[in-house]
Design a protein. Structure first.
Length: 171
C-alpha cells in the first residue's frame, strides 16, 4: 500500500497515476502477468468522473453524464466496493465523510481495503492544518480522517506528502 497525503489540489492524483504507471512498467519488465493498474479492462471500477489527459476531473457541465469505467475509485461518489478493487483510491477523506454520514464504521472499511486491496495507492487530503471547524460533524470527520491517515501510514510501505506538485517521501 502507498499513501499520498497533502492539501487539496496539490497533485496527489497525478502522482498516484505516475506511481501506478511505474508499477505497471516494472511488472512488464519482470515478465509478470499481474493486473495492469492503468488498464481499465483489468480492474473494472465505475466512476461518474471523467479525467482529462493530466488526470484532472473534467467539468461535469461539459462532460458526458453517463458513468464510465476508470481505474480510480473516487471517494466523493464511487461505491465503497470500488475501493476494494481499484488500484487507486482518490479522496479517502471523502469516503470517510460518507461512511460517517451513513453511520458505518471507518475501521471496518479500512480493514476491508487492507485485506482485499493491499497494493492500492491511496490519496487523502490533509484536513488538520486549518481552523478547527465549528460544526461538530465536521470536527468528527476531520479527526476520523486524521486517524485513518495515521493508521494507513503505519501499514503502508511508502508514504508521500504532496506540496505544490512536489512529492516528498516521508516513509
Amino acid at each position: 500500500m502507498i499513501l499520498i497525503i497533502g492539501g487539496a489540489w496539490q497533485g496527489k492524483l497525478i502522482f498516484a497515476m505516475e506511481l501506478a504507471e511505474s508499477a505497471r512498467k516494472k511488472t512488464e519488465l519482470e515478465g509478470n502477468k499481474l493486473f495492469d493498474p492503468l488498464n481499465v479492462n483489468s480492474v473494472p471500477c465505475i466512476t461518474g468522473h471523467q479525467l482529462d489527459t493530466q488526470g484532472y476531473p473534467l467539468d461535469s457541465s461539459i462532460s458526458n453524464e453517463k458513468e464510465e469505467e476508470h481505474e480510480i475509485a473516487e471517494g466523493s461518489g464511487d461505491s465503497f466496493e470500488a475501493a476494494l478493487t481499484c488500484p487507486i483510491i482518490h479522496g479517502l477523506h471523502e469516503y470517510i465523510r460518507r461512511l460517517l454520514k451513513e453511520g458505518k464504521s471507518v475501521d471496518a472499511f479500512l480493514d476491508e481495503v487492507q485485506r482485499q486491496n493491499p497494493d492500492v495507492i491511496i490519496t487523502s487530503d490533509e484536513l488538520g492544518c486549518g481552523i478547527v471547524p465549528f460544526n461538530p460533524a465536521d470536527r468528527e470527520w476531520r479527526e476520523a480522517s486524521g486517524r485513518a491517515s495515521v493508521r494507513l501510514a503505519r501499514s503502508s510501505r511508502e508514504v508521500y506528502r504532496m506540496v505544490c506538485g512536489i512529492a516528498t517521501q516521508i516513509k
